[in-house]
Ligand binder design. Structure first.
Ligand SMILES: Nc1ncnc2c1ncn2[C@@H]1O[C@H](COP(=O)(O)OP(=O)(O)OP(=O)(O)O)[C@@H](O)[C@H]1O
Ligand SMILES: [Mg+2]
Length: 262
């Protein structure tokens, strides 16, 4: 069953059309890698999925629920966008952790804020917060960071910070976890540790959309690959097929730039 269906997404910034009609679907438990040169619209697409940008046309469905329809303003009410955004988790290139909070606090903050909305919050406060801390610790442990729970972001390496950011995104149990070049701010050693964590999530059948420049990673870990160029999907298909045997000339040209690298 398709968990995510994106149909005909267009996005203009002023006179420039950055997304020219993007359609794809993603099955539950699958990982989709999005590749493409700089400026092709990859980040804009992820931002549209997370309601950080409003598409000019198109629809977004998650689990058959119409979350967004550019033609239907009732799907765009500010109040509901907050709830709809919870279907998606987002991990950014630059981590975006809260510097004043520890690793554990970064992971649990959103859960603790939402617990306040519960009718039994006043009576069960201590118990609920302990439970949330337990969930946060379990996520940090899964990321190999149990020992770092009380560290602040400035006390962590880039790779560790990014793993905290992944734990934070997972805490809200999104239907689709999105990554925007999660390793491009990291040096090769730290890149490896973050890619290992994402590979582990893929093995656990986490539904993911991963914008990446790591071609070998996309080929080995993703189920599907989309190659974007100039705001359109030029080619899409099974990851290994697209990366090893692209059918489109533009895809070939793009991939050949990676093949030349040592
Ligand atoms: N807020 C904005 N206002 C105006 N133009 C924008 C805005 N955001 C992005 N763009 C333009 O849209 C185009 C696509 O940008 P986008 O960031 O989506 O590309 P990308 O594929 O993620 O590139 P990169 O690989 O460098 O991250 C670029 O030409 C960019 O300058
Ligand atoms: Mg980008």
């Amino acid at each position: 069953m398709a968990i995510l269906e994106v149909d005909g997404i267009k996005k203009d910034f002023g006179p420039t059309t950055v997304l020219k009609g993007i359609s794809f679907s993603l099955e539950e438990g699958q990982a989709l890698a999005i590749i493409g040169s700089s400026g092709s619209g990859k980040t804009t697409l992820l931002r549209c999925l997370n309601f950080l940008e409003t598409p000019d046309s198109g629809t977004i469905r998650v689990k058959d629920e119409l979350l967004f329809d550019a033609a239907d303003p009732t799907t765009q009410k500010e109040r509901e966008i907050r709830r709809k955004r919870l279907h998606f988790g987002m991990v950014f290139q630059s981590f975006n952790l809260f510097p004043q909070y520890t690793a554990l606090e970064n992971v649990t903050l959103a859960l603790k804020l939402s617990a306040r909305e519960r009718p039994d919050y006043k009576t069960r406060r201590r118990e609920l917060l302990t439970e949330i801390d337990g969930q946060g610790m379990a996520l940090l442990e899964m990321m190999g960071l149990k020992e770092r729970a009380e560290h602040y972001p400035h006390q962590l390496s880039g790779g560790q910070q990014q793993r905290v950011a992944i734990a934070r995104a997972l805490a809200l149990r999104p239907d689709v976890l999105c990554f925007d070049e999660p390793t491009s701010a990291l040096d090769p050693e730290l890149t490896g540790e973050v890619l290992r964590v994402i590979r582990g999530l893929a093995e656990k059948k986490t539904t993911m959309v991963i914008v990446t420049h790591e071609m070998a990673f996309a080929r080995d870990v993703a189920d599907q690959v989309i190659f974007m160029d100039g705001g359109v999907i030029v080619e899409q298909g099974p990851a290994r097929e697209v990366i090893e045997h692209p059918t489109q000339e533009r895809t070939r040209q793009f991939l050949s730039r990676y093949a030349e690298q040592p």
